[in-house]
Design a protein around this ligand. Structure first.
Ligand code: FAD
Ligand code: FES
Length: 274
């Protein structure tokens, strides 16, 4: 059993949860993830590690289905069944570069340790967080601490730049040059970022979120195609070069498991409905 030291609703449907752990900090690095199981009957689900210290490991999660809803119902002082990690390969932390870092939905939280690592390694960090509307943006002050420039993007224009991330990127990159783009969030966001930066040849690293089962490279469920080669996101990733990802394969495989309510929605319609 693992104790929940703190649980907080950040914005509707997105929670911050601090879990008791004396060991995760010993090996934790930016870009890695943990696997949690809400209760003894639950599935194991992967969540990015957003922070850690000697006594805790933290995650930010969005309620999308059974396990994340179970987690959403818990409160500080409750327990979950398991916490395993850190897992996956850490972000490659470059130095002396100008990096545009992008986060959407739970990826705003996932961006935090990576921004911190980029900034502490002497990079110039431009941060852009995006959501459908202003009330879905969070952690601005936390992220600004490690950002040289900071942008908010809303699709309905309620705050900051109006539009989706592709429009923002086209606008920003017209006047500014960057060495690298880094993105965390739903597959549509990371896909759109990669598609927009590909024609202009800017190195783009994205965190992928395929379905995972064991998260140790054994089951093959998390396979993704990178440069025509099969890779397992849990052990070879979860971050990859966005221009090398076979997006059609990734998005189709994720939709194999989509629930009935959302099955009739196309990829673009799902994006529209958030
Ligand atoms: C490496 C990695 C890191 C992740 N980090 C985070 C994180 O920090 N915060 C966070 O909120 N989520 C993160 N995810 C996604 C998270 O694991 C899923 O949202 C979760 O497993 C869904 O479980 P569920 O039981 O709540 O939903 P389910 O009942 O399994 O599914 C409900 C709906 O969500 C969709 N879904 C299921 N799994 C995924 C998935 N992996 N990605 C997108 N949609 C999915 C299904 O198609 C279905 O429509 C990450 C995934 C990976 C692989
Ligand atoms: S989740 Fe099983 S191989 Fe990656």
């Amino acid at each position: 059993m693992v104790k929940i030291l703190k649980k907080e609703l950040l914005v509707p449907n997105i929670h911050f949860m601090v879990l008791e752990s004396e060991v995760i900090h010993l090996n934790a690095k930016a870009g890695e993830f943990v696997v949690v199981r809400p209760d003894e009957y639950g599935e194991r689900i992967p969540l990015n590690l957003v922070d850690w210290d000697e006594h805790s490991a933290s995650v930010v999660f969005m309620e999308v289905g059974t396990s994340t809803r179970k987690l959403g119902c818990l409160k500080s002082g409750d327990t979950i069944a398991d916490l395993a990690g850190p897992l996956g390969r850490p972000t490659e932390i470059v130095t002396g570069k100008k990096i545009l870092a992008i986060g959407g939905c739970y990826g705003i939280g996932a961006l935090y340790p990576v921004l911190r690592a980029f900034k502490e390694s002497g990079n110039t960090v431009i941060t852009a967080i995006e959501a459908r509307s202003a009330f879905l943006l969070y952690w601005q002050e936390r992220l600004k601490k490690y950002s040289d420039e900071f942008f908010e993007i809303t699709r309905d224009g309620t705050r900051g730049f109006t539009g989706h991330i592709d429009k923002f990127l086209n606008w920003y990159l017209l006047k500014n040059s960057v060495d690298m783009v880094y993105a965390q969030g739903c597959a549509y966001l990371t896909y759109l970022v990669s598609q927009t930066t590909k024609p202009v040849g800017i190195k783009t690293v994205v965190g992928l979120n395929p379905i995972m089962i064991d998260a140790t490279g054994m089951c093959g469920v998390c396979r993704v195609i990178i440069n025509g080669e099969t890779k397992f996101a849990c052990v070879d990733g979860p971050e990859f070069d966005g221009h090398s990802v076979d997006w059609a394969n990734l998005l189709t495989r994720r939709h194999i498991y989509i629930n009935e309510e959302r099955r009739s929605l196309s990829f673009y319609e799902c994006e529209k409905y958030g």
